[in-house]
Design a protein. Sequence first.
Length: 248
Amino acid sequence: MVTALLDPSKPKSFSDYLTLTILTFYVVLYFVIPASIRKWAFLGIYAVSRMAYNGGLGFLLYQQSVHKALTRWAEQTMVFSKPGPSASSFKKWSYSVIKRELSAKMGPDYDFESVPIEYNTWLLYRRVVDLILMSDFTSYMLFAFCCASIPENQSLTLHIGRWIAGISLFIFNLWVKLDAHRVVKDYAWYWGDFFFLEDLELCFDGVFELVPHPMYSVGYAGYYGISLMAAKTNIKNNIRVYSSSLLN
């Protein structure tokens, strides 16, 4: 996901450009908003992104699993059906946009009009997942930057050790995600079994020999690494100062 998004040699879809635009907006926002409210702004953005991930995506997957809600929505709206000559201009335009969006990064064997509706619905859902996950991770990093400090009376050895540990955890996180994706592929990575079943034989080697569910356990090691590099901050004091500034 990150490689496809940031590698200029990889084909890009509209959702990729939208995601990059939103992430760029976060970075610009970091430098624009006042330092006194910067950390609270990014804490809010991260909280919304995390709720969208845990709550929003979870809700959509539950509805799809129990009620086939996303597939039924696609059937009722005929969003993947080629419009006829009498269709409205908006219907023709939206069909063209969605077809171009889903076909942008697919191979030559993909035929938008002939694949099952469940498959196209899953591809569309993946775009939403990518946007939320990248927003979640980027907003957390910027929130950590806002809170970054150099603790007083910390020895040089401890300071260097903290950064080495933080960078190591971040690199370990990258390896976990990449190796987990190598094993489960896009189908399991994006919860494809909620949309359709596929006959696969997975060999759970690599990081799966370390822990059974690496993406949701050691896969968050990078967050701890970022926090280590940012060092600690006095949250209680920050809340007191921020509250006083609002009252004054």
